[in-house]
Design a protein around this ligand. Sequence first.
Ligand code: BES
Ligand code: ZN
Length: 626
Amino acid sequence: MSKNHKHLISLILGLCYCSITILSAYADYAIKEADPHSYAQPNVVQTTALVLDLTTQFETQKLFGSAELTLKWQNKKAQELILDTNNLLIKKVEALNDGRWSTVEFKLDTQDAVLGAALHIQLPNQNSKVRINYETQPDSEGLQWLEPSQTAGKKYPFMYTQSEPIKARTWIPCQDTPAIRFTYTAKIHTPKELRAVMSADNPLTTAKNGVYEFNMPQKIPSYLVALAVGDIAAKSTGPRTAVFTESSMLNIAAKEFEDTEKMVQITEKLYDHYQWERYDILVLPPSFPVGGMENPRLTFATPTIIAGDKSLVGVIAHELAHSWSGNLVTNAAWRHIWLNEGITTYVQGRIVEAIYGRERANQEFIIASHKLANDLKELPEVDQRLVPDFNGRNPRDVFTRVPYIKGAWFLRTLEEKFGRDAFDPVLKGYFKQFAFKSATTEDFVNYIKVNLIDKYPERYSMAQVNAWLYQGGIPSDALMPKSERFIANDALRVQWLNGTINTAGLKAEKWATQDWQYFLDQLPSDLSYNQMQSLDNVYHLSGTKNAEVGVRWYKHAIESQYLPAYPEMRKHMISIGRHILIYPLYQELVKTKEGYTYARVVYAEARPGYHHSVRNALDKLLKLRK
Ligand code: BES
Ligand code: ZN
């Protein structure tokens, strides 16, 4: 082929590419890339609204009722709607035809272990609405049903949902992909004495008849639909903030989270106004498997972040930050999770800095980056990239520290290289550009290329940007903050380890949570029994009220066979269900034969109180099943 020919071909290809880009920019429904974790076909049809009518039946641990979807057809020839379901009993499907509902045919595929089963609904008339009658199964993985004994009040049962990443389909038949957004309304029927709350508008008063109605007028992806039912009370903490939780927890939760309105204001100053009207927090029973879940208007949170001194409210800053990164601009598919979690972790740091000071924000980042460094030693290179390949894998596995901490580190580096004056408006502009839409990494990269890199090409290059995104490890231009307190902490640790000072000489009585986290993380794993005993005698670490300190202390106790800590460790493992606070302990225990036996005994007692996702992980670790 002649040189001219080659040029001509690349010119034509270039033009085609341009016109495709222009077309998709105009059609806002255009789907940017296929989501390998959903059977839905967004290029054929998209849900625009959802109406739920569900009854919570605690005796059978089931939700039953209907989901009505409003459809927008994208393809004139299509005759079929495909929904995601997982472990649902589909009873009847109806479609709206000329103002009348009539039953239509459906077929449920065989169940895939990760993705669930595609529900095929024949709609030759391209109906505008479809209604599915269904019920959930007691072992639905998106729902957790708690006995009264597993709650703070011990009198009433409790249930809550956790839909991210792909568990919405275990309680709602839907297009379960973050690429599609819809509004929703819901009518929830509960036992009269219990209250329902959702990721929607939540009145501060209860209904007498056990019927609760909700409205979420903004479009959200399926993984943000959330429901909880229990003996829940509410207390206002500001003009647009409140906490919801069991009554015995209400006052301490309201006190711990009293800075929430300040957090909202700080974030608004940085990235434009808060779009979700209210920001409330629901504190769940201790089985809640994650620190927090950014359900819009109503963050779900673990009670383990209530330390009494606000030292762990970074989690609230994190969930609030998702109101911009994640809920407003959503990752288009799960391999772009860093757009949700990395940007959020970065914004979390900015909120913590504004309210609790730069020193604390830097400390929290340093602690996290050391954890990341440890994880990177174990992770295969492909999973160290900010954008990994997740085809054919469980999207749950994308939630490593890489998208969180490496993602935040990337943005911190950009911030340093360009300065806040240049960088802050760019992130704000990105949120504005993609508000209520989904985004891919390429969208983000194009945005910062045009608005940042090309403007100041001498400060950072696209090659440097791409190294963060598409290569393993941490690029050598990554900037690490310093903490004066941690430098002093390093010196004390070295002196204590070599015997220059004794345990009282650490003068740790007034240490903050972050000082303890850092100190315990940096200690070697082969402390002697005497060193452990001495720390425990002077600082009473066994039985600590702070679960983040606890998990670190008990890990050392296992490593050093410091048995006096075990009774308190056992209590920690039985009373807490948050994955990250218990899994590392089981992981350490199973390394020895006696440890494994002990882990099995504790697990037998603790397992009923754990969430499905945690049970699955631990069943595998303890070799109770494949
Ligand atoms: N979106 C996540 C919660 C999540 C993680 C759901 C994995 C499903 C799978 C939430 O925003 C989060 O990241 N929580 C962290 C908070 C922490 C990083 C401050 C958590 O749970 O620990
Ligand atoms: Zn998050």
